[in-house]
Design a protein. Structure first.
Length: 323
């Protein structure tokens, strides 16, 4: 089935990106089956209109059975471990969950004869590149185990696609932020910039800014923030692309970002304006490995998927979290 009405298996569908994607898929007319082990996800984020199974996407026999019984047409793989600092402390856990278990999922998909696959990858694959805007043609150069696991599975996915029988898309998300009407950021620990800034504004606790002497307009690092609703829309566009001609195998890596650099100081100002509170900013030395600029070239997303960000301006992101 190539049009809305197809049934999508969504791994990690109880997580932040997964739950927002479930909502977007249902709104577009797809059927959704969520698979999540709830190690970090929340059962209350799964929409009522989706069905769900509790379990690991790495359990290939069970997943293959589910793919058959639920008559799955495509897979969106959002499930992963995703905390950079934790990946440095426990690389074996990250390679086990993000690579080995994902390979088990991929094998189940191939055995079930499913041809359409969308993978939630990350801008972490690029590492600290000097380019002004990061294009998908740059060679991956991750600087932490989390990024390395994303590269490893991207390589496997491309190999499966080029070997025939799979139409695959890897979406390289930049800094996902913001809230939908139903889904907000609920990470533990919270490592994302905007919710940390909101917490600092509301609590009065200090916010540590690492590096104010970069070669950027205001001295603080530039990052690309993309609204969760735009990321969910990208997942829908990608699965539609993969299903559209799933008899033709192929692979594409595609950046999903705003295409605009927002500095940490600009994000601080946006939060201060929106909350009408002053943040107690404490400037600290740069952290090792932090690049001055990470901004997406999003032209491929526009040309291949017909996707562009609609809600990813920083003030809009902040206000969505406040709402």
């Amino acid at each position: 089935m190539t049009e809305p009405g197809a049934t999508i298996l969504l791994t990690g569908g109880a997580g932040y990106v997964g739950a927002a994607t479930a909502d977007a898929l249902l709104a577009a007319g797809y059927q959704v089956v969520v698979l999540d082990d709830f190690s970090t996800g929340h059962v209350d984020t799964i929409p009522n209109a989706a069905s769900f199974r509790t379990g690991s996407y790495g359990d290939s026999n069970r997943v293959e059975q589910l793919l058959h019984t639920a008559r799955i047409n495509a897979v969106i793989h959002c499930g992963a471990k995703s905390i950079v600092s934790e990946s440095a402390e426990q690389p074996e856990l990250y390679f086990s969950v993000n690579v080995q278990a994902s390979l088990n999922l991929l094998e189940a998909v191939r055995n079930a004869g499913i041809n359409a696959f969308v993978f939630s990858s990350s801008a972490a694959v690029y590492g600290a590149q000097p380019a002004l805007n990061l294009s998908e043609d740059l060679p991956p150069d991750p600087i932490n185990p989390y990024g390395a696991t994303k590269v490893a599975f991207e390589l496997a996915l491309r190999s499966y696609a080029e070997g025939g029988g799979l139409r695959a898309v890897a979406l390289r998300y930049f800094n996902v932020a913001g809230s939908t009407e139903r889904i907000s950021e609920r990470h533990n620990p919270e490592t994302h910039l905007v919710p940390r800034l909101l917490h600092a504004a509301q609590s009065g606790e200090p916010f540590e800014l690492y590096g104010a002497d970069y070669t950027t307009p205001d001295g603080s690092a530039l990052r690309d923030y993309v609204h969760i609703s735009d990321v969910a829309a990208a997942n829908v566009a990608a699965v539609k692309h993969a299903l559209k001609d799933s008899t033709k195998p192929g692979y594409a890596a595609i950046n999903i970002g705003s295409g605009v650099g927002t500095s940490v100081k600009e994000a601080i100002s946006a939060v201060e304006r929106s909350t009408k509170r002053i943040i107690n900013v404490q400037i600290k030395p740069r952290r090792a490995g932090d690049p001055p600029r990470l901004v997406a070239d999003i032209s491929r997303a526009a040309s291949l998927l017909g996707w562009k960000p609609r809600q990813s301006e920083i003030t809009r992101i902040v206000r969505s979290l406040l709402a």
